[in-house]
Design a binder for this molecule. Structure first.
Ligand SMILES: [Zn+2]
Length: 209
């Protein structure tokens, strides 16, 4: 774990191999689309994008490929910017990974989602403020309690409402968009973002009218 790391678990590297998979290009394209559409905005004062995107490697196994922690939004991510997570132990707070960078700070959560939901092939997490604000107006399921990012507490809040939902909001934090494929997860988030229409500002009625 590097000194600048924000991950709240220990990373144990089982190999320093950069993940190889034909679908990594697709994941990289989705990182760019999420950055461009504001779904993964920059952390204030940095070029780090706030969010993490992953896909499941094969059916019936929770192993996945995810964006590295503290990913820059300046350039299109390359293979070395992705990490393979082979196993996660949320009780001991240890994530077993393959790659050269720390896996995203929300890796434990991605792992538990893949474990719980066999139907899910991609988990995309972003921080869009408009979606967070409009969660109840849009009828989106939302976690009850705000918990720190990357924590086991946040993961258990999400698990309480995961059921068969494909889109949910983490209170005052961000959203999770799930799909059988990356295109499903990505397009679902874009559709929800589009559904939020700017509201006209209504001027207060002056007294006596
Ligand atoms: Zn987040």
């Amino acid at each position: 774990m590097s000194a600048t790391s924000i991950v709240k678990f220990e990373v144990r590297f089982v190999s320093s191999d950069i993940p190889r998979d034909d679908r990594i290009g697709q994941l990289s394209n989705w990182c760019v689309r999420f950055n461009e559409s504001g779904l993964t905005p920059k952390l204030e004062g940095t070029d780090r994008s706030l969010g993490n995107l992953s896909f499941r490697l094969k059916p019936h196994s929770p192993a996945f490929v995810i964006t590295a922690s503290a990913l820059s939004s300046k350039e299109k991510p390359v293979a070395g910017d992705f990490v393979k997570v082979v196993e996660s132990d949320s009780t001991q707070k240890i994530v077993f990974a393959e790659g050269t960078r720390d896996p995203s700070s929300e890796s434990m959560m991605h792992y538990e989602i893949y474990k719980r939901r066999e139907d899910v092939g991609a988990v995309f997490h972003g921080h869009d403020q408009e979606i967070i604000t409009h969660a109840s107006l849009l009828g989106l399921p939302e976690t009850q309690k705000e918990e720190p990012s990357g924590s086991v507490e946040l993961l258990s809040e999400v698990m309480k409402i995961l059921d068969d939902e494909d889109f949910l909001v983490m209170k005052n934090h961000g959203f999770l968009s799930l799909g059988k494929t990356m295109d499903e997860a990505g397009n679902l988030a874009l559709r929800i973002k589009k559904a939020i229409k700017p509201r006209p500002v209504v001027a207060p009625i002056p007294p006596g009218t």
